[in-house]
Design a protein around this ligand. Structure first.
Ligand code: SAM
Length: 482
């Protein structure tokens, strides 16, 4: 039997089945232990000091107790603290991005994904570089600055050279005032050497969803192809770090396995990254299984309702306070609205989950990876965010200024975010308003910018931000950042 060790590099030791089972039993035994729950909630609260604000975070055991607790007023308290943490470290900014599907060729057999190799009727497509350029122009014309590229796993059709070429093409497109300034990458687990190549190509975050932390289920859900290897998949982030990528994004595909098991596994993975590399995950995504081509989510027994989903997000927020949290257009406007209040810091907007989808007028469904619930335009999403007091941010400054890994986390902890991320959000919002927004959104946006400039603590930073925004409005000068 493997012994639990967060600092180990072996999957079965840092995601240890026995430790997860013991955690679930501990959580179940303590779910009504009000004294313990109050102590855990107190530990999770942000504490302000002369250097800014700090948060202790929670261990996977502590957070699992909160997740198991069903006492309404304690759950309400979790939500309040989650929002406090979000405001303390990420303010009222929400970063926007879009996925870009490069290829749906895939040799794996993932039973929840319509791109699985046995799906013979789904049209297979792989973008040429000309098509990548056309997709990027369409994305830039909407106002996007940050992409997450997606591809199936197929060494023949989508080798690493193809992915690298696409990244190069994407960064090279400058249409009107458009620019893609950060390319995050969501491709299958690969070698240290390939991660090094991705790092050299200038990627932002390397994202890889674990899908499920339950090894036995994992092997059944991935019956064929290289992704079947649980250990290789689970140890991928360590190889990515070894290859020099220090911003990695975790995620679980909720609905496949029991959520409490996944939640404990996810936090153990975050603790492992902290223990081995000194920095936790840059982001955590919370996708749920959706309907798609030959996939019916009801095939899986572990679907979770919206309330449980919200509680999971809030508990993640409490446990890993400095990690960005992402919600995609898999979720409806209503669910996304609720999730924004409990800690989400990034959302996708106007996504097309099909290969070549952005250049098609009608939403193409034939190669979609999953049904998109939120089908609003980017302008509508930007306007909606502002209506609920959030600043839509197109900022990509940190990674371009070398603030990755623990350097980003230090900025986050220092409280200087308000003098850095806040003005960057306002300046990139001004770019969006000037170049892409509808007249109503533009008016709403500039009113928000005028109000929010007052929330920049440093007088000097505020003055420079004002001058830059003026330059954006009166000229074609772009891409200012702190
Ligand atoms: N092929 C790469 C891999 O295996 O990691 C890239 C990932 S795939 C393009 C992106 C993610 O979509 C998957 O990791 C999975 O979690 C998610 N996904 C697949 N099928 C889905 C479905 N039916 N509903 C929701 N999300 C799905």
């Amino acid at each position: 039997m493997a012994i639990y060790n967060p600092a180990s590099l072996k999957a079965e030791e840092f995601i240890n089945h026995e430790e997860i089972e013991a955690t679930l039993a501990y959580a179940e035994a303590n779910k009504n232990n009000v004294e313990l729950i109050d102590r855990i909630l107190e530990k999770a609260r942000p504490v302000r000091n002369e250097k800014g604000c700090t948060c202790a975070g929670l261990t996977h055991r502590e957070a699992s107790v909160l997740l198991a607790c069903e006492i309404p007023e304690k759950i309400a308290r979790m939500y309040e603290i989650a929002e406090e943490i979000k405001l303390a470290f990420y303010g009222n900014r929400i970063v926007l991005f879009a996925p870009l599907y490069l290829s749906n060729y895939c040799v794996n057999g993932c039973v929840y994904c319509p791109y699985h190799a046995k799906n013979r009727h789904i049209p297979r497509k792989k973008l040429t570089q000309e098509e990548v350029r056309a997709e990027v122009i369409a994305l830039q014309d909407m106002g996007h600055k940050r992409l997450a590229i997606e591809a199936g796993e197929d060494p023949k059709n989508n080798p690493i050279e193809y992915i690298l070429e696409c990244i190069h093409t994407i960064y090279g497109v400058h249409h009107k005032n458009g620019d893609i300034r950060r390319v995050n990458v969501n491709i299958a687990a690969t070698t240290v050497e390939n991660y090094r190549k991705l790092k050299e190509a200038g990627i932002g975050t390397y994202i890889l969803f674990q899908e499920t932390y339950h090894k036995k289920s994992y092997e059944q859900l991935h019956p064929t192809g290289p992704k079947h290897d649980y250990d290789y998949h689970t140890e991928a982030m360590d190889r990515a770090m070894e290859g020099g990528i220090d911003d990695v994004g975790l995620g679980v595909l909720f609905g496949l396995e029991m959520y409490k098991y996944e939640f404990a596994g996810l936090l153990m993975h975050a603790e492992h990254l902290e223990a081995v590399h000194g920095v936790g995950p840059h982001t955590i995504s919370v996708p749920r299984v959706k309907r798609a081509d030959d996939i019916d989510p009801d095939m899986f027994d572990n679907g979770i309702d919206d309330e449980t989903f919200t509680k999971i997000a809030a508990c993640i927020r409490l446990a890993v306070p400095y990690t960005g949290m992402i919600i995609s257009t898999r979720e409806s406007e209503q669910v996304r609205q609720r999730m924004l209040q409990v800690g989400i810091s990034q959302v996708s907007g106007a996504s097309r989950t099909s290969v070549g989808g952005y250049t098609e007028k009608e939403r193409p469904t034939d190669t979609e990876q999953f049904d998109v619930s939120d089908q609003r335009t980017l302008d509508e999403v930007v306007s909606w965010l502002m209506d609920s007091g959030h600043i839509p941010s197109f900022c990509t400054a940190c990674y371009r200024a070398g603030r990755t890994g623990d350097r980003f986390m230090s900025l986050c902890k220092s409280g200087q975010i308000q003098n850095c991320c806040h003005p960057n959000a306002l300046m990139t919002l001004a770019e969006y308003l000037e170049d892409y927004a509808s007249p109503e959104t533009k008016e709403k946006g500039y009113a928000m910018i005028a109000r929010e400039l007052d929330n920049i603590p440093s007088e000097n930073v505020r003055r420079v931000a004002e001058e830059n925004i003026q330059a954006i409005r009166s000229s074609n000068r772009r891409d200012f950042r702190f």
